[in-house]
Design a protein around this ligand. Structure first.
Ligand code: FAD
Length: 245
């Protein structure tokens, strides 16, 4: 199967990373597949144990079984695997991400250590305006002047807030309190461990036009790794309309 290409406007924001299994995202973020115990065989054996059958490799019949499971929404065989991602995202993306309860998270602490000064500055193309009503917004480009001005504002305010944060920490104010000055655009990092069923739920909700551009871009990078590890499962996920089994 061809590796899925990261398409659309998000593609320009995702680059191969310096480490293996890493994709850089935006100005300071990344998606890194830290470890995976994940393949299509785990789905097949999870299902075939019903008949006390175990396979060592998958064949065309097994791919047919995966199609059947996906189409009929027999979801539990898709749970016998695990992806561990190390992610660096702006806080507002992490906040959306952690709403996905079926998975495990650990995140960098702003109580225990002084945060680095990396902040998300949108690319010129990512500065948009919202049109329409809540729940059915479309997002349109703004003029070059507005985009440039917005980016300048992001940079200026980030610099100022981060300098004030450092000044408070320097004076001995507890980091857990000084951090209140910092905005949603600051970068955080976290680990996320998730099985394929929950991962498909995440992708169905976050790699879609309804999702915010920034988390959608990260979801595209995550999808790249999912497709690589579980190609037959991924193919069926796409074929049956990206619905969760
Ligand atoms: C476009 C978009 C806009 C959003 N806007 C908002 C918003 O304005 N405000 C807001 O608060 N959230 C918002 N969310 C978050 C959303 O409500 C979900 O919290 C998030 O998408 C996680 O989805 P989930 O519950 O399916 O995933 P998970 O939490 O990973 O759950 C996976 C699945 O497990 C099952 N499950 C998990 N927990 C329970 C439970 N307690 N009871 C029954 N079944 C359960 C469900 O089948 C669920 O689909 C938004 C999400 C999207 C994609």
């Amino acid at each position: 199967m061809k590796e899925p290409l990261v398409e659309g406007s998000e593609a320009a924001e995702i680059r191969p990373g310096a480490k293996p299994d890493e994709l850089e995202v935006f100005d300071h973020g990344f998606v890194r597949l830290d470890a995976a115990m994940a393949d299509d065989l785990s789905v097949v054996n999870g299902a075939r144990v019903s008949f006390a059958v175990r396979k060592d490799s998958i064949d065309e019949r097994d791919k047919g079984l995966i199609r059947f499971l996906m189409r009929e929404r027999h979801g539990t065989p898709f749970e016998h695997n695990s992806f561990r991602f190390h992610l660096r995202t702006p806080v507002f993306v992490a906040r959306e991400w952690m709403r996905h309860r079926i998975g495990s998270f650990n995140e960098e602490s702003a109580r225990y250590h002084q945060l680095g000064g990396d902040f998300y500055v949108p690319s010129q193309k990512a500065v948009r305006t919202q049109v329409g009503k809540p729940g059915s917004y479309s997002f349109e480009p703004v003029s070059e002047i507005v985009a440039t001005g917005a980016i300048d504002t992001f940079r200026r305010v980030y610099d100022q807030l981060y300098a004030e944060y450092l000044a408070l920490v320097e004076k001995g104010v507890a980091k857990e309190l000084a951090r209140c000055l910092l905005p949603f655009g600051i970068y955080t990092q976290f680990y996320w461990t998730v099985n394929a069923r929950s991962l498909m739920n995440f992708l169905s909700l976050r790699n879609t036009q309804a999702a915010q551009y920034e988390i959608r871009t990260y979801a595209q990078a995550v999808e790249h790794f999912f497709a690589r590890k579980m190609p037959a499962t991924y193919e069926c996920f796409v074929e049956f309309g990206r619905k969760v089994p």
